[in-house]
Design a protein around this ligand. Structure first.
Ligand SMILES: Nc1ncnc2c1ncn2[C@@H]1O[C@H](COP(=O)(O)OP(=O)(O)OP(=O)(O)O)[C@@H](O)[C@H]1O
Ligand SMILES: [Mg+2]
Length: 285
């Protein structure tokens, strides 16, 4: 798939990619460009973080990866399938999407029915679907099965939305601002869950994040999005320590990078920590 670029303007893929977004432009009906000449890839078993200011195009990109939006120009290819009207239902089964606004994802009368909806749609029996839904709700730690999703708090809705996607055993998980409205303990739990899904189940995860420290702790690769395009990508220890680049995209250094620099530790050749815990243990040593 390395030679599978539909657009020669996109940088060559580093290795075999499972998602190709090749020179995609998407305009909204009012004429606003959501993304423009966007080139983006996802590789197997990685967590890639999309970082960019409000309105940069992160959600627009994300919604192209499961076929919720179609490119006006360019091509999206997921696990060997071009996204088009014919393939879109296959792709939706493989790509689980958690929306930025979890409320828009929940529609059933109870939490359990909501999470069972996906597995039932995949053809599981009601019995199997219930087991799968109970497992997924257990994973996110939300066990009030009979609550009405519409009346849950924003954070609770997000946990249920994540469970709904997990219950479908996606091959690729795409999550838009997963911890925006979660308390610190639930945010940590979701961060840990995303890491485990990569490590134990080999799922690739695309995650849009405003929290730069979470991006540093979690991501294998960072893509900086500005005005509808990827303007830089690379390892967190390079991208998230590049203040000039981050400023040019309207972003800030993560706390860990700022502290490491302000303590005078960011010397040539030094290993750059990606979490405060890592920084503290480096200093102790
Ligand atoms: N339904 C819509 N109609 C018109 N313009 C839209 C629509 N949705 C998004 N846009 C515009 O598309 C651009 C990209 O928006 P998008 O939601 O993808 O940004 P984002 O990076 O996800 O921002 P945020 O960090 O605020 O979630 C913005 O200029 C936005 O105003
Ligand atoms: Mg968004």
């Amino acid at each position: 798939m390395i030679s599978d670029n539909a657009c020669v303007k996109c940088p060559p893929a580093e290795k075999e990619a499972i998602v190709h977004v090749d020179c995609v432009t998407h305009k909204y009906p009012d004429g606003t460009k959501g993304i423009h000449n966007m080139c983006f890839r996802v590789y197997p078993k990685e967590i890639v973080a999309l970082c960019g200011p409000n309105g940069a195009g992160k959600s627009t990109l994300i919604e192209h990866i499961n076929g919720l939006m179609m490119p006006d120009v360019g091509r999206v290819r997921v696990l060997g399938y071009d996204i088009d009207k014919k393939n879109v239902s296959i792709i939706r089964k493989m790509v689980g999407l958690v929306f930025q606004n979890a409320d828009s994802q929940l529609f059933s009368p109870t939490v359990l029915e909501d999470v069972m909806f996906g597995p039932l749609n995949l053809g599981m029996s009601p019995e199997e679907a219930r087991k799968k839904a109970e497992w997924a709700l257990g994973v996110v730690g939300f066990t009030e099965f009979s609550k009405v999703p519409h009346y849950l708090s924003g954070g609770q809705q997000r946990l249920v939305a994540i469970a709904g996607v997990l219950a479908m055993d996606p091959k690729i998980l795409v999550v838009d601002e997963p911890t925006g409205d979660l308390d610190p303990s639930n945010a940590r739990k979701i961060e840990k869950l995303l890491r485990e899904l990569r490590d134990k189940q080999g799922i690739s995860i695309v995650v849009a994040l405003h929290d730069m420290d979470m991006a540093a702790r979690l991501a294998d690769r960072i893509c900086i999005i500005k005005e509808g395009a990827v303007i830089a990508e690379g390892k967190p220890e390079d991208i998230l320590y590049d203040e000039k680049l981050l400023k040019s995209a309207g972003l800030e250094l993560p706390d860990v990078a700022r502290l490491f620099r302000d303590l005078g530790l960011d010397k040539k050749g030094a290993r750059r920590p990606l979490s405060l815990d890592d920084l503290v243990s480096m200093m102790k040593n």
